[in-house]
Design a protein around this ligand. Sequence first.
Ligand SMILES: Nc1ncnc2c1ncn2[C@@H]1O[C@H](COP(=O)(O)OP(=O)(O)OP(=O)(O)O)[C@@H](O)[C@H]1O
Length: 503
Amino acid sequence: MSQPFHAAGAACHTLHDPWTHGLGVMRAVIGRWLELDITHLGSIITIAGAAPAAWRFVQHIGRHAYGWIRRFFIASVTIPGGDPLNRNVVNWVLSNVIEPQNIRFLTARTEVGRNGADRAAALKKTRRAVQYCPHWKTTWFWHQGNLFMITRILDGFSASMGDPTYDGIGGEELTISCLGRSVEPIRRLMTTCREFADRQTQFFVIVYSRDRYGMSWKPKSRKPIRLLETVHFDEQVKQELLADIKNYLDPKTQRRYQTRSMPYRRGYLFYGPPGTGKSSLSTALAGEFGLDLYEVNIPSIASDADLEQMFLEVPPQCIVLLEDIDAVWVERETEKSEQNGNRRSNCTLSGLLNVLDGVGSQEGRIVIMTTNRPEQLDSALVRPGRVDMKIFLSYISQKSAEQMFVRMFAIDLDSQPRLPRKKKDLAGQEVPRQLDIHEVRSLASKFATEIPEDTFTPSQLQGFFQLHLDSAVDAAACISSWVEKELSRKSDQDFEIVRNGKE
Ligand SMILES: Nc1ncnc2c1ncn2[C@@H]1O[C@H](COP(=O)(O)OP(=O)(O)OP(=O)(O)O)[C@@H](O)[C@H]1O
């Protein structure tokens, strides 16, 4: 009679005290062990000894089975590290497959000198942001009804991490595998990744430069698209340049060139004093036509063969930018003397002419060269075929100065509510009221009359605007004294000395 009562009591007890219950179980197990026959113990030891061999056997079978599955039921595509497509795929995976909140493995390092920031300044002892990159090797996911596996080969990972501009995306070889016997789903996935990248970068110009070993092109920065209206120079020349590039990029033109056996490429020379917009125009054109910009820094190129390799690796439709071509200029005589042993430059003029001409040059590319000293350029470099159009960017005209004024101050007009004619703040001070576009335009034309024609560079004027962005009225009022001061400076090397807040 007491038995049922006892059992019920135990159940109740167990329910309320798991600790005691656990102890009870352990006691039972140990009790059983103690009751073990020694022959049982021998069998257990034998089984334990055989377990690793069995495990190895299972692994071996597993590897073979996986190998067979791979061979007959898995399609795969490998993308080399550094290829733009690799970057597109990793970007897509990071945005659509790997959820940031679920990532537990990251690499971290201090952000130094990214996006063209000043390396020296970056290395100063200021606290800098920490850059975290997801650290992943393999990921599985379903996409459009197919099962995919993406594996990153991390062999060269430490080398990538040593590169200060590496952002954890697209540096390592990738293998995309898909369950099935066709690579078609992988191709579709790659198209999705590319479209995703295009959508992400449609408001940016991607600037590529050679990696620090000079081995491959890699994205250096993403510059927000600069509208052509924001680069001020002769409107007629601007329209001619635009029409020329538009015509060149038209597929019909390509067919015409090809049927007539003409090399399908175009070269432009932008020349003019420093600060007149040569680089800005190049970036604006890349944005306007949706092209990537490939920057070639000739002094850093090790040899003509490397230069040729670089040109071979640029994609068919892009802009190749050779900035300050005069800075690397080697006159033919100098080049001859260099051949006699006094060699200074790694990359020769003839090497440059070769790549511009065709050896190792991609069809469909646009080459833009910029210079401050066009008179020093060899006529061979700027002959038609290598330079098809020369654009002079000069000191700012009154008309451009007026346009620049309107651009600086009209930008926020629409988004700001129009204030009443006279308004006072809580302290009774009069608040400057919002101008309308007509008033800005009229101030702009007054402003422009104060600017002597073709005297200042647009970048000088931009410097003036930076000091007066708060008020168009102030800018218009201060321009005459600024002009006077600038004209009285003997040269560009004269600096304003500011003492106790005064000049
Ligand atoms: N024509 C222009 N229209 C508008 N802004 C300009 C123009 N020219 C220069 N700027 C401004 O001046 C700055 C320097 O311009 P940019 O670097 O394009 O000149 P650059 O001619 O390439 O100079 P450098 O020969 O020294 O390389 C930029 O911030 C740019 O916005």
